[in-house]
Design a protein around this ligand. Structure first.
Ligand code: FAD
Length: 437
């Protein structure tokens, strides 16, 4: 499925590349000329990818819908970052090799420029900063600590500024007005977004909420109910998530740290609920969050159930804590507000055993009360891994349905394989993993 944001991204990245390729075409076919041309095009492409990736990190509620939701947007941001790094490394090598006919000193001028050549050094600063801040994103040295990864990511600001300083005087394929338009426009916006995220967004976008109740759902899982303190309730859709920042001074970890959690209650209530599984320091500490403590909430974000798919018959596959978006959707249908525009849904509730099937009673009640909802439990200890036969047996028309899958990566992989085997088009398969890295 293509979203309007995808077209915008394609234009913002593709236009500078296309322009530099056409305007900078050397005419001749000598190898050094072609290498120089490719070097300039990869440089323009790499910088455009870097700047557009930075612009995409703006994180504004509702804007992410135009990109298919924040999780999808972060994925695109991630791949643009990788593309940028690869293109810029190729840029350096191609520019150096294009000077080979003029001897090693000419090549050296690219790889080790004279100290006085500030614009060339700015390029190196940008590339080295990118290598440092992108290495953890691609887990070159194993899975990074999330908060450390976030802190290192601030080096992106240095890469953006240095990259633009390098490009403005050195982009030879654009004339001056076009250079200012392309690099001034994209670079200016990217740097603005960076400062917005680093300095302004937090105080402006986070709203004060209070922890109304904390209930134990199962071993190492709590449900937290939140109430806004100064403003009206939050408008959200099933499947969306919030950034939750607890301020409880008694927390042993994660105080004032934001973490994303899917809303598990139905839209329209005065409070909202999230369910938190103990998966690390901060989520462990949240298990003993104090009722009445203060918190901040930012959002809502995400687009798990795209509006154009909602009216169709659906198969929901929820695993472990990945059940939360389905709890919200089932409640919304159960309460009637969303039922009219929502297709029939069968939920396959995957859990290791009945003690890990969260929200089971609530979901069964909803299915009993509403004809559009049905639920089927799948227990790993009893049925083994989810497979095609299980789906065929419990959902004979699975191939004609929209698939929504939320759970651990292994479950998403299995569900995707089954969907492929059954001939479900990839546009009808929607999945979300609780992981941005
Ligand atoms: C869109 C989305 C929805 C989610 N919904 C739920 C939910 O409904 N219930 C639930 O229990 N969990 C949910 N999670 C996962 C939850 O955010 C992490 O379990 C939590 O942030 C872990 O933090 P930690 O410090 O306890 O663990 P850590 O050991 O620090 O982190 C474990 C992993 O969680 C991820 N993570 C950690 N901190 C953050 C952060 N600030 N932002 C993004 N990812 C982070 C990283 O991948 C990290 O490797 C969701 C995650 C995402 C991305």
């Amino acid at each position: 499925m293509r979203y309007s944001g995808d077209w915008l991204t394609t234009v913002l990245v593709g236009l500078p590349i296309g322009l530099s390729a056409v305007l900078g075409w050397p005419g001749g076919t000598s190898i050094p000329e072609l290498l120089g041309w490719l070097g300039r095009v990869t440089g323009v492409g790499g910088l455009a990818c870097l700047l557009v990736a930075a612009i995409m990190s703006v994180r504004l509620p509702r804007l992410d819908r135009h990109f298919g939701g924040l999780t999808r947007l972060w994925k695109q941001h991630h791949y643009l970052g990788l593309a940028s790094l690869l293109l810029l490394m190729a840029h350096v090598l191609l520019m150096a090799f294009s000077r080979l006919p003029w001897g090693l000193p000419a090549m050296q001028e690219v790889l080790l420029p004279p100290m006085a050549d500030a614009y060339m050094w700015a390029g190196w600063v940008a590339l080295i900063a990118m290598m440092i801040f992108l290495a953890p994103s691609f887990q070159f040295f194993g899975r990074p600590d999330y908060q450390r990864w976030k802190a290192i990511h601030f080096l992106a600001g240095l890469a953006l500024v240095a990259g633009v300083i390098h490009a403005v005087p050195l982009t030879r394929t654009f004339n001056l007005p076009m250079t200012l338009l392309v690099w001034g426009g994209l670079g200016g916006l990217a740097i603005l977004v960076f400062f917005w995220r680093a300095l302004i967004a937090r105080p402006l976008m986070r709203q004060p909420w209070r922890v109304e109740a904390v209930r134990t759902l199962a071993d190492r899982i709590v449900e937290i109910e939140l109430r806004p303190t100064r403003h009206r309730r939050m408008d959200f859709e099933p499947g969306q998530f919030i950034y939750f920042t607890p301020h409880d001074p008694a927390l042993s970890a994660g105080r004032n740290e934001e973490h994303p959690f899917t809303i598990s209650s139905a839209p329209g209530g005065d409070t909202l609920k999230i369910a938190v599984k103990d998966l690390g320091d901060a989520s462990h500490a949240l298990q003993s969050l104090n009722e009445g403590s203060e918190a901040s909430v930012e959002g809502p974000y995400g687009l798990f159930f795209p509006p154009e798919s909602r009216h169709r018959k659906q198969l929901w596959i929820g695993g472990g804590i990945g059940i939360t978006p389905f709890v919200s959707a089932a409640e919304a249908i159960h309460q009637g507000d969303w039922a009219e525009h929502w297709g029939e849904a069968l939920l396959i509730n995957c859990a290791n055993d009945p003690s890990r099937a969260y929200y089971l009673e609530q979901l069964q009640q909803a299915a009993q009360d509403h004809p559009k909802l049905a639920i089927q439990s799948h227990y790993f200890v009893e049925h083994g891994p989810l497979n095609t036969d299980f789906i065929r047996q419990h959902c004979p028309d699975a191939a004609e349905r929209e698939w929504f899958v939320c759970g651990p990566p292994a479950l998403t992989r299995i569900a995707r394989d089954i969907a492929r085997e059954l001939g479900v088009p990839s546009s009808s398969f929607h999945s979300e993993e609780f992981d941005f890295l």
